[in-house]
Design a protein around this ligand. Structure first.
Ligand SMILES: Cc1cc2nc3c(=O)[nH]c(=O)nc-3n(C[C@H](O)[C@H](O)[C@H](O)COP(=O)(O)O)c2cc1C
Length: 183
């Protein structure tokens, strides 16, 4: 796919199904992710790939988290439990903070955010679809611990990945003058 067309036409997809990328395709996706800008080459981004029985494990982690909260209704518990099954594959975006005199935490998180965009664009180029989700299950110490992450690691989101069910949503046309000014 033409590189600019790929960027201009990317949209998130809410309903995702199989097929999802195979190992060879995901190797390209992760290489794209690792080409994200990264001040001082600290390599703050890593990824946890979840599919097949991994989805069941994640479902249990989400459910256990819900149960550990005092104020969560049965409806919300079910929502947490079902969340991973909204796509056949999930990539969990992990940021690892490394102390550096010139690279504050925000820059390290921004690097992981750009890695996420590289992942989404690589997937789009291969005709797969995805959506970046966060909510209560991201930036969550309890879930992070259950996933075996250290104290300096954070979940910046979940990329739900697969093939879009139905038609691609229409991209709104925006007037760039509303967003760009000139000095
Ligand atoms: C950091 C981040 C977190 C997001 N979290 C959610 C979320 O939890 N749930 C959701 O429906 N959309 C979430 N979104 C928005 C979608 O990923 C998506 O960008 C949005 O629906 C707009 O669609 P588009 O990417 O096609 O423009 C998030 C986006 C970002 C950048």
């Amino acid at each position: 796919m033409d590189a600019l067309k790929n960027i201009l036409n990317r949209v998130s997809a809410r309903q995702l199904s199989e097929p999802y990328p195979n190992k060879e395709e995901m190797d390209i996706v992760y290489n794209a992710a690792l080409r994200a800008p990264d001040h001082a080459w600290l390599k703050p981004s890593s990824f946890i790939e979840v599919k097949n029985e991994g989805l069941d494990k994640l479902s249990k982690i989400f459910l256990d988290f819900g149960k550990s909260c005092s104020d969560v209704s049965d409806i919300v518990l079910k929502k947490y439990q079902n969340a991973p099954y909204r796509a056949p594959m999930i990539v969990i975006l992990v940021n690892t903070y490394k102390e550096h005199p010139k690279v504050p935490a925000i820059e390290q998180k921004l690097s992981t955010a750009t890695a996420a965009q590289n992942i989404m664009l690589a997937l789009n180029a291969m005709n797969y679809a995805c959506i970046w989700r966060t909510g209560k299950l991201a930036f969550n110490k309890n879930v992070q611990k259950s996933l075996g992450l250290d104290k300096n690691q954070e979940i910046l989101g979940y990329l739900y990945i697969g093939t879009e069910v139905g038609t691609k949503k229409k991209i709104p046309s925006l007037d760039i003058d509303d967003f760009v000014s000139y000095l």
